[in-house]
Design a binder for this molecule. Sequence first.
Ligand SMILES: C[S@@+](CC[C@H](N)C(=O)[O-])C[C@H]1O[C@@H](n2cnc3c(N)ncnc32)[C@H](O)[C@@H]1O
Length: 351
Amino acid sequence: MHDEVKKYYGEILVSSSDLQTDACCTDSAMPDYLKGPLADIHTEVSSKYYGCGLVAPQQLEGTRILDLGSGSGRDCYLLSRLVGETGFVVGVDMTDEQLAVANRHLQWHTEKYGYSKPNVIFHKGYIEKLDELDLADESFDIIISNCVINLSPDKDAVLREAWRVLKPGGELYFSDVYSERRVPQALVSDPRLYGECLSGALYWNDFLTLARGSGFSDPRLVEDRPLTIDNPEIEQILGPHNFFSATYRLFKIPELEGSCEDYGQAVIYRGTVAHHPDHFALDKEHVFESGKVVPVCGNSWRMLQQSRFVDHFEFIGNWNSHFGIFNGCGTRMPFTQSVESAADSTPTGCC
Ligand SMILES: C[S@@+](CC[C@H](N)C(=O)[O-])C[C@H]1O[C@@H](n2cnc3c(N)ncnc32)[C@H](O)[C@@H]1O
């Protein structure tokens, strides 16, 4: 599959418009503070963007970020701007043609951002084998990835390596494609469906199990949307199989529990994260309004208290008493819309 995927992204696809799905459209509203930096990215880099979501978590200044499957480098160059000159971004990709585009514009972006030297580097390699690139244990604050892990034949190795290279309290914040049900092998073996980021997609509940098995005990869904297939032939082959693009954040905090437990704790967001004065979204279900006391489970408390967000919250309570399961915990399909209901709604613009 590695060779088929290299061929797809190195030779078959020329630009984002060649994709057969709307995977590379980001229909969530683009935050204003990202519009300028995105517009500043070199057009050749942007034209070969094949991502499926926005991978720009909050509070990036000065951080060290790894991009798994960096492609032509669009997200790396966006993050290069957001981490500032004191931060650093490492991109890893296995496809020569994609790496060539990314590297061709390294100096261009360095000058555009007014940096004295590049704060981005691209490595050729496999995201399942980061050890071969000498990426040290606990050396990144954040790992991002955009529409790549579905393409990996060994997703377990990717998550295990991500856990290894993340610093404690760091996070894997990534967008990818998921299926509503398990995809049969006949579809997985089809190179076009696989290359299109469809048939390699994990069934969402298998992903959650895999993530927990790699140490990421409480995966948090940030946003999701159903994918539409723009090719009737592919749609027919896929039959009842529906796919979603989703962004998850997975914190490397070994103390996180398998479920949300209630210790009677609460937090207050101080409104101090740059560009987020009114509220802070930890995930789709946890949006903290500035100045408001919000009850949280033990896991949310730890995600805020053991990460780069600690100084932006006031923490109320302790671990002395356990009050049972936190209200609202449960297992269900996390994605909100079916493809059918999305088709009935008004379409929004692509990125
Ligand atoms: C769908 S594209 C996404 C590229 C980029 N993240 C973006 O948003 O434009 C998938 C990229 O992942 C790379 N890729 C896929 N599997 C990989 C693997 N196992 N190791 C390294 N790179 C991989 C491909 O070469 C390709 O550039």
